[in-house]
Design a protein around this ligand. Structure first.
Ligand SMILES: [Zn+2]
Length: 102
């Protein structure tokens, strides 16, 4: 049987969209951002979690391969469990967290 199956190889280039703004577990606003900093621990980096609304701030040491979604999931877990130290910082008008200033 010479029936050939046409093989459709659909190549859909999908850009992996990684959200960079998350919902804050404290104020429920979608203003939580996660940034990374280098640290002196091989294979790890420091994730800084900041909410632009309530000023929530937390730091977490995470494996280097973590994307911010992974950090967010882990952060939520630890936040729910009360397992992470969270502080609230003042927010400047630009929406940046500025530490203490008074
Ligand atoms: Zn918040």
């Amino acid at each position: 049987m010479g029936r050939r199956r046409k093989k459709y190889k659909k190549v859909v280039k999908r850009i992996k969209k990684i959200p960079d703004i998350f919902q804050c577990p404290h104020c429920s606003m979608k203003t939580l951002t996660i940034k990374f900093d280098k640290i002196n621990v091989p294979g790890f980096k420091l994730a800084k979690i900041t909410c632009g609304t309530c000023g929530l701030y937390a730091e977490m040491q995470v494996p280097d391969i973590y994307e911010n979604v992974d950090v967010y999931a882990k952060f939520l877990d630890r936040y729910e469990a009360g397992d992470i130290e969270v502080e609230f910082r003042k927010i400047s008008e630009a929406g940046e967290v500025v530490g203490e200033s008074s």
